[in-house]
Design a protein around this ligand. Sequence first.
Ligand code: NAD
Ligand code: MLT
Length: 531
Amino acid sequence: MENLKKVLISEKIADEGLALLKKELEVDNRDGISRAELLEIIDQYDALIVRSVTKVDEELIKRGTHLKVVGRAGNGVDNIDVDVCTRYGVVVANTPDSNTISAAEQSISLLLSSIRNTAWANGFLKGGTWDRKPFRGVELYGKTVGIVGLGRIGSMVATRLKAFNMKVIAYDPYISDERFERYGAEKKESLEELLREADFITVHTPRNEETMHMIDEKMLEFAKDGVRIVNCARGGIIKEEAILKGLESGKIGSAGLDVYEEEPARNNPLFKYNNVVVTPHLGADTFEAQKRVGENIAEQVIMALRGEIVPNVVNLPTMLGEELEYLKPYIMLSEKMGSIYYQLVRNPISRVELIYSGPMTRNETEMLTVAFLKGLLHPVMDDKVNYVNAKLIAEERGLKIYERKEETSSRRYKNTIEARIFNHDSNLNLVGTLSRARQPLLVEINDYETENNLEGYILLVENEDRPRIIGPFATALGDHGVNIASMKVARKTKGDISIMLINVDNKVEDEVLKELEKLEGITAKPKLLHF
Ligand code: NAD
Ligand code: MLT
């Protein structure tokens, strides 16, 4: 039986995701596995799937000697050292859109239940006491909500709170004014400004060095007395110590919390306050979101292990689904063009210039460069190079990479990729495009015009430009059982050296190449390219 690749799942994912994984991989479902055991067995696995608890750090990645992909079943990657993964060539993929709705709804649920004391009253009544006095709350109607981070979840919270007739203000220094307008949020230039105006504050940023404790005791001084807060993003964005002090002093009127500085949170001092509603990181815990997350991460892990381009790779340039679909054939073209150099030349490269021309440049082209470098380095580095680490490895090898975009191509093709690869004494120039069937096509090599599908085998032959060369060459190939699929002959000036680029159906052995070199008019040993 064929040896299946192995995936370890360290935190629960939905059955639908498991079912997909099991179709193609050997699945080890070890929800809640201890850190010690994880470190001990990780070297047996090609893939690891985690949620927010498993710490994926250098110690773990170093031990995962066969690890190719870490799948994050969810959104935030603050439990994963993405830089380390990149250095070790491990793909990190997440499911950023799959739980957005659930997290936005949970934020609103926490807001409503905290300002109406729902959980507190619930406990009271079930305990046998009918009383209304302690539970009087406030309305959302006509009040101002301040949203920190107007990304996927923040923007959904904005549109939903508009329906409550709230004024929405937001602080997010990294997005365009157009995005504030689209979600009906008034832009605030600083966090301080937002805090001064908001009756309710809800945070929706990632947790990182910049956002950790971004709302602390000092910041809270700017807030209105009795301000009500929600954190359904990541623990610590609003400093827990500051929340405690704010609750004690009355600066904070209520809090709705789903996330904590330390998780699992068991004896958190915030739990003792009646005006604090807490949930154990349930933002994404709906049947709908978990089904989407499970299926999505399973699909991506499978794609990554097949060596395919994965939609939500965190350590690669981001592309939207449609953009990726459009660019995929260009990514293949670029990678195949990159693979040509070391098949022809063995000299170390000093510089690579890549020129992207035509309407395709309206898209993000960084992925084309990554693919070119992967193709370029693969013949010398084998499987050690992949999409994730290609750029880093190229830089470490001292390769200078220059990229340029031109709106229109100066050639007769609509979209082209031109590569100029320099070593210490010469350079190789290549131009590629897509065929009508959107297949990779080489259209120029060192200023010789051609048109060859970049697939299977291509023979590159240099010969004198005179009669009785092509016929005997083709006959000799036939004598060795090599079938010609298509052939291009190109020259720059009449009578000069010309070239033949011949797509052949099978591999041409080295002895045959040596014999072909001896044919009259052939000026160098033919080179065989493989794609
Ligand atoms: P996103 O990347 O779509 O949006 C984050 C926004 O924060 C971006 O617009 C970004 O520009 C902004 N931002 C970054 N730094 C900022 C700063 N210093 N000040 C102001 N704005 C800043 O992310 P998202 O999908 O909306 O997720 C938001 C948060 O919710 C993340 O922390 C994520 O991990 C968390 N999350 C939690 C749950 C849960 O179960 N509780 C579920 C899903 C996501
Ligand atoms: C996320 O970032 O997606 C959330 O924290 C939810 C989760 O990890 O399940």
